[in-house]
Design a protein around this ligand. Structure first.
Ligand code: CTP
Length: 215
């Protein structure tokens, strides 16, 4: 199988020395890549900037902005049987980026932002992707309800939901507590290492892929 994974944050330039970004270490996406490689699958890892080592054996596509990630996914997704969207994509980017550094002037400054393309949300309608689609949802309230809405809205087969309001798990931590959500069921997994959780996610995605093939 070929598994495409997006990981890490995106960086959206404000000027040549500044950017907007999301809080993301990339650990979950890289753990997914490691697990899939360990199971001898081909991995296409499309990643925003992180401090992590590139998983050995992955086809690694480094990107910076959401638009670059969109283009990379558009280019490679048709090669994959399963696509997992673990990246923390910046929802907005500055409308225009000056060539020179912005100098301090007035006491306040306003930055105009424009929406970035929804990469996961483009898979079915824009990229016409027919493989197994796995999304992530970082929520702070009504976790299952919001995540289930996202599953349907973005045409996912599986959605991985986590509660980012909790300090002990998630961002930059080695552990997480997630729920696996499909159209039929919700499977809550106990708090565990990102490595073990990644292995659960890959196995569930492979199961769905098998079910789809048998239909
Ligand atoms: N995602 C993406 N491209 C974007 C934004 C998000 O591919 N521009 C993917 C993420 O990688 C993740 C999923 O979509 O798998 C959830 O993103 P999120 O921003 O939480 O979803 P939204 O529908 O934008 O909902 P919200 O209003 O909560 O931001």
């Amino acid at each position: 199988m070929t598994i495409l994974i997006t990981a890490g944050p995106t960086q959206e330039a404000i000027d040549p020395v500044r950017y907007l970004t999301n809080r993301s270490s990339g650990k979950m996406g890289y753990a997914l890549a490691e697990q899939a490689l360990g199971m001898k699958h081909r991995v296409i890892l499309i990643s925003g900037p992180t401090q992590l080592d590139i998983p050995a054996g992955a086809d690694f596509i480094p990107v910076e902005s959401a638009r670059e990630m969109f283009t990379a996914v558009e280019r490679f997704i048709s090669q994959s049987d399963i696509a997992i969207f673990a990246a923390a994509v910046a929802d907005y980017r500055p409308t225009s980026v000056p060539e020179q550094k912005i100098k301090k002037s007035s006491e306040t400054m306003t930055l105009e932002l424009v929406k970035n393309p929804d990469i996961l949300g483009s898979c079915r309608d824009v990229f016409h992707y027919q493989g197994v689609l796995v999304g992530f949802a970082a929520e702070t309230e009504k976790v299952e309800e919001h995540a289930r809405g996202k599953l349907l809205r973005k045409g996912c087969d599986l959605l991985i939901a986590n509660d980012v309001s909790r300090q002990d798990i998630g961002f930059d931590q080695d552990e997480n507590e997630i729920m696996l959500i499909t159209a039929e069921e919700t499977i809550p997994l106990p708090k565990d290492s990102k490595k073990h959780l990644a292995s659960h996610v890959i196995k569930e995605a492979l199961l769905i892929s098998q079910e789809k093939a048998e239909q």
